[in-house]
Design a protein around this ligand. Structure first.
Ligand SMILES: *Cc1c(COP(=O)(O)O)cnc(C)c1O
Length: 390
């Protein structure tokens, strides 16, 4: 008989009662070190005192009024995202896929408004993941996720991630824009090669295309900067954000420059819940912390500790680690044993991680972890390596 909760997930037999910092406490009393952060969402860990205070205050005041009215908290959040990025303006929604849908619409509509009515196709990458709506599934790579859900929307052309020559060859008079992740998350923590993002910008400028980055996983400090593109020497036209933005409260955002966003006049796009008082209070509280330079320094320092420790584990247990990937606290271990076996073994050892494509185990802890937490995680990974390579 079907379960009351629709069985769309293969869940572990584990439920939690409460969380504190990077620790989760299961109903049976076991304590887990959470290096999965609810899939890169809980960027400040669990029950962060500042987030708890801010949301508690908001809960007692006002939750939602809709976008029929002004929302000072939403305006403040937008102004802060604008002040700290390339963007001139921000649209708020409720999830990553929704932010990507808005971006895809924006790229097409931008060309339409500019009089380039033939330009409505988007270049997307192999190995990409952009969400589970019909449009974002089509933009994503996985054939498996699309099977049986057709007909899918038209208008996406795929090129090999990281290959600028192939991208240039794929540009046609119908191309409107380019959509890629600066570091592919679900695909297996694959970083764009040196110069790739700058090369995209150059090609886009030459052909009048927009560049959109899906920073849903890479953004909000995960790589040691607010957004991953800030490590490069270019600026995109559009960015989608979600996951870490609300620190655990659902919120998505589309950041754009004025040129791209001029495509959306009032009434062109919208959502009922987007950027309501609770969601934007949570995101403002997240930014209070993530915009502190100390936290970004911590991300880089902890990343270095993790990498050094993982390299040592790799030397100690040949046949466990095939490759260490990523940057900041968006790390991936390509394992020799099956990644789901490694994730299950680590869970037995009270360490939570998340599998990704290409047999990768994602290490995506809260950004405010300390060396003690890193050491604790490394000890569990060392023990898992010993158990799975013996
Ligand atoms: C998680 C994710 C999405 C989808 O976000 P949802 O909130 O699940 O819709 C899209 N793109 C990337 C890169 C992601 O990591």
């Amino acid at each position: 008989m079907i379960t009351a909760v629709m069985p769309t997930y293969a869940r572990a037999d584990l439920a939690f009662e409460r969380g504190e910092g990077p620790y989760l406490y299961a109903l049976d009393g076991r304590r887990f070190l959470d290096f999965g952060s609810g899939i890169a969402v809980n960027c400040l860990g669990h029950s962060h005192p500042h987030l708890v205070r801010e949301l508690t205050d908001q809960v007692a005041k006002l939750w939602h009024t809709s976008n029929l009215y002004q929302m000072p908290g939403q305006q403040k959040l937008a102004e802060r995202l604008v002040a700290n990025t390339f963007a001139d303006t921000v649209f708020f929604c409720n999830s990553g896929a929704e932010a990507n849908e808005a971006g895809i619409k924006m790229m097409r509509r931008y060309q339409y408004v500019a009089g380039n009515r033939e330009k409505n196709r988007i270049l997307v990458a192999t190995n990409a993941f952009h969400g589970r709506t019909l449009g974002t599934l089509t933009a994503g790579y996985s054939e498996k996720y699309r099977e049986g859900f057709g007909p899918m929307p038209d208008g996406f052309d795929r090129v090999a991630f990281g290959n600028l020559n192939e991208l240039r060859d794929a540009i046609t008079p119908e191309t409107a824009g380019i959509l890629v992740e600066p570091i592919q998350g679900e695909g297996g923590i694959c970083k764009a090669p040196e110069g790739y993002l700058e090369g995209l910008r150059k090609a886009a400028d030459e052909y009048g295309l927009l560049v959109m980055f899906d920073e849903i996983q890479t953004g909000i400090g995960r790589t040691g900067k607010l957004f991953a593109y800030q490590w490069s020497d270019m600026e995109p036209d559009i960015i989608s954000s979600a996951k870490g933005l609300g620190g655990g409260f659902p919120i998505g955002a589309l950041l754009a420059n004025e040129k791209a966003a001029s495509a959306f006049s009032p009434g062109m796009h919208g959502t009922t819940f987007g950027g309501n008082q609770l969601a934007t209070r949570a995101a403002n509280a997240v930014l209070d912390e993530v915009l502190k330079p100390d936290l970004m320094e911590n991300v880089l320092a902890m990343s270095q500790f993790l990498r050094t420790g993982l390299e040592a584990i790799g030397r100690k247990h040949p046949g466990f680690i095939a490759e260490i990937r990523g940057m900041g606290l968006l790390m991936g271990i390509k394992t020799v044993p099956t990644n789901s076996d490694v994730v299950a073994k680590l869970r037995e050892l009270n360490l939570l991680t998340v599998p990704a494509g290409d047999n990768v185990v994602r290490i995506i802890p809260p950004l405010n972890i300390t060396k003690t937490h890193v050491d604790e995680a490394l000890a569990a990974i060392d023990a898992a390596a010993a158990a799975l390579t013996s």
